[in-house]
Design a protein around this ligand. Structure first.
Ligand code: ADP
Ligand code: MG
Length: 734
């Protein structure tokens, strides 16, 4: 992780890299020698263990992953749709084996040439007592076209060969896979010696980590699978360790920083609220309230994450905490990610409070300037006791009189920077309040260990129980050709007096198109399908007032069916709505689907979630999948998995796990947003054991040497200062 000066110099110093190549590499984010050393292979082809084709019958159905090398003898498209398959017969000097493709046959049809040499890796299955390999991963050993994989030179060395990602721009300067391998070789020959290991020797030995030099050398050109595994483990450890160090530092700086407020937690207001609720709090809610209250009483600032599935009752919990703050003479701020949500929360909170003497205000963009001025004044004077809003709350000119408690809803949409900005509003309070207590709420359940990782600087409370009055929601799948039956079902429900949502996806790049889809469907439903019913339309481009009118009408039952883009995703709470129809469900992420489904099932009636997907999915849904080799297929596979997950479970934690698996941690967590470095090689799910190790070591280290001052930590310190400047910025502000 730590390097002497050389490694921060330009890749121009690497033999074989001139201005043109340097430019092409820069486009990939590779500028320094360090960057290039850390441009890892995305995969390897293991030529050290190639199986003879005649031996395949011995390992049929063993589940073992094998590689065979042979030439393409014949290929043919067999059968007719939907049972069509494409078969390539591969032969070596010991025999032949069929390679079979069920998916993307149209693509594979044109993908092979007779006589070309392939390395085929996959599992051997059995078809009428003969071995076959289905949807394997394929490497071309002889390149047929420019820019294709070419391993021929390695055939005789029989080693483990790295595969590097290339691009058109890189190929233009002869940095195809082969070219990249060549410069990597020269890079390692000349610069590996200057790599300095930031981890002290006893630290490495204690944790059984290879040296950094060994690891870098082997990740590019592995001596063996065993050493490669060890090298990757070390490099993963480095990534996770840096991340955990950062979290440890962040937490430390939060804890030792300025004192927080020690609230008196005996609150009349909170008591009155609880007594007036039309329901009893669940055990989980009570437990979580106690955890929060304990934090509030302490003079250390609270930084707590409240996790709970959709509908688990987080809002009322946060309200109780806010009332405690208000009873202590402080203001509380509640920040929501969208205007609709802020408005909903505002109303919900106001409703809950009924006739408690609390002044709640709403601050969102697009309010008329007179009203806005009025609100701002109220906030400044401190007479607005609870202020609900969007990021309008953190705009510069917003000043609080005496902010002491901050709730941030749906953390996923806010970055660390915004969290900090809202906290700073407290320091800037007219009354100079100390560090406020912060409660972050998320409805995206995250497995506990992982939430510790992502929010390593926060304490975590979980509401793991839904109120008992909840109905389970029936989820079903329909294809587009079955839409008529969905409409009939909707009508039945409306006749029973219920209401329904029809949601369309809104993908940013094609916002207009999707909006068009939603608008057209709205027109069609209104004029042809349900001319006798009231249909509403709500989308993100409406001005707040319009949205507000529509939502109010829907809440009051004046609208039967609400056509919406995903603006209704979170928080909206209308108990009489019992049907959630999701159009193009395959385009939504799992977390979103789960959130949307959580919009129904909020009242006493049986509720339904209907996922509508295009007809082409019909043939994919039931098939079990084998590894694919092209990206489009991979996307389809994921889409099918998301739909299947929705049909199989309503358990938010389970859904989150699968979501994480499908999307990868980067996207799931929005690491960039969270102020954490992107992970390149480690995986927060599959490398959980390395993660725990890294976490333990990092937190111990910061406990003993919070400023990294010990001599044996100097290399680490340098590494941090050089590589993690941006991330460290958050520590300082935190
Ligand atoms: P979340 O924000 O966690 O998705 P909400 O706070 O919006 O959930 O609560 C969902 C609904 O459940 C609201 O209508 C709320 O009033 C109601 N609710 C909250 N707690 C309980 C409870 N203990 N028993 C019954 N209903 C509850
Ligand atoms: Mg809520």
């Amino acid at each position: 992780m730590q390097f002497n000066k050389d490694l921060n110099t330009s890749i121009r110093y690497v033999k074989g890299i001139g201005p043109k190549r340097a430019k092409a590499l820069k486009a990939r984010g590779i500028e320094t020698i360090h960057d290039l050393l850390y441009y890892f292979p995305y995969a390897y082809l293991d030529l050290s263990k190639v199986e003879k084709i005649s031996n395949l019958r011995l390992i049929v159905n063993s589940g073992q992953w094998v590689t065979v090398i042979g030439t393409v003898r014949t290929f043919d498209l067999l059968g007719r749709p939907p049972r069509q398959r494409f078969v390539v017969v591969l032969g070596d000097d010991s025999g032949t084996v069929p390679i079979v493709f069920f998916q993307s046959v149209q693509y594979f049809k044109n993908a092979f040439k007779q006589g070309e040499m392939l390395a085929v890796s996959g599992k051997v299955t059995d078809f009428h007592n003969r071995p076959q390999i289905v949807h394997p991963s394929i490497d071309r050993l002889t390149s047929t076209e420019e820019g294709e994989e070419d391993f021929e030179g390695f055939l005789h060395t029989k080693g483990i060969v790295p595969k590097y990602g290339s691009s058109e721009e890189l190929r233009d300067v002869n940095l195809d896979v082969k070219g990249i391998r060549r410069i990597m070789k020269s890079l390692l020959d000349n610069f590996l010696g200057s790599v300095i290991d930031p981890l002290p020797k006893d630290f490495r030995e204690r944790n059984q980590l290879l040296t950094l030099q060994q690891s870098l050398s082997n990740v590019h050109f592995p001596e063996s699978q065993t050493v490669l595994d060890a090298a990757r483990r070390r490099l993963k450890f480095d990534e996770l360790f840096s991340m955990q160090l950062l979290l440890a530092l962040r937490r430390k700086s939060l804890k030792i920083e300025m004192p927080g407020i020690a609230f008196h937690i005996e609150s009349t207001l909170a008591r009155q609220l609880v007594d007036s609720l039309p329901f009893k709090l669940t055990k989980a809610q009570i437990r979580v309230i106690n955890e929060i209250a304990a934090d509030m009483r302490s003079s250390k600032p609270m930084n707590r994450l409240l996790q709970g599935d959709v509908g688990s009752g987080k809002t009322v919990v946060s309200l109780i905490a806010m009332l405690i703050a208000v009873d202590n003479g402080y203001q509380a701020a509640f920040m929501a990610p969208t205007e609709i949500l802020a408005e909903q929360h505002y109303k919900t909170l106001a409703n809950f409070m009924g006739n408690l003497p609390i002044n709640v205000r709403l601050l969102v963009g697009g309010q008329r300037s007179k009203l806005r001025g009025d609100i701002l004044e109220d906030v400044r004077r401190g007479s607005a006791q609870i202020v609900v809003g969007t990021h309008a709350l953190i705009q510069e000119h917003v000043k609080f009189g005496r902010l002491g408690f901050v709730v941030i809803d749906e953390q996923h949409r806010f970055g660390v920077a915004q969290r900090i900005a809202l906290k700073e509003k407290a320091f800037e309070s007219i009354d100079h309040t100390p560090h406020p207590d912060v409660l972050v709420m998320t409805a995206t359940p995250i497995p506990r260990t992982l939430s510790l990782t992502l929010y390593g600087d926060l304490d975590v409370s979980i509401i793991d129980e839904l109120p008992t009055n909840r109905q389970s929601i029936q989820t079903s799948l329909k294809f587009e050709f079955q839409r008529e039956s969905v409409f009939q079902f909707l009508r039945q429900q409306i006749v029973l007096g219920r209401q329904a949502y029809i949601v369309y996806p809104l993908v940013e790049e094609s916002e207009k198109m999707d909006l068009k889809a939603a608008t057209e469907s709205y027109e069609m439903l209104k004029s042809t399908v349900f001319p006798d019913l009231t249909i509403g339309l709500i989308h993100g481009r409406m001005v707040p007032n319009e949205k507000d009118e529509i939502m109010t009408a829907f809440t009051e039952g004046e609208i039967n069916i609400l056509v919406a883009t995903t603006v209704i995703e979170v928080g909206v709470d209308i108990p009489n709505a019992t049907v959630m129809v999701i159009e193009h469900a395959e385009r939504f992420g799992l977390a979103q689907l789960h959130q949307l489904r959580g919009r129904v099932g909020r009242g006493h009636e049986q509720s339904y979630c209907i996922l509508i997907v295009p007809n082409w999915m019909a043939k994919l849904i039931k098939r079990t999948f084998t590894p694919f080799i092209d990206a489009e297929q991979e996307e389809q596979r994921k889409a099918v998995r998301r739909i299947q997950t929705m049909l199989e479970t309503a358990d938010g934690f389970k859904i989150a796990e699968i979501d994480l698996e499908l999307r990868g941690p980067g996207e799931f967590f929005g690491t960039r947003q969270s102020g954490l470095p992107e992970l390149q090689i480690a995986n927060l799910v599959s490398d959980l054991d390395i993660l725990s190790l890294a976490r333990r070591e990092a937190f111990q280290l910061i406990e003993h040497d919070p400023h990294l001052r010990y001599p044996e930590h100097q290399q680490l310190r340098k590494h941090f200062e050089e590589r993690m400047k941006d991330a460290l910025a958050f520590v300082q502000v935190g």
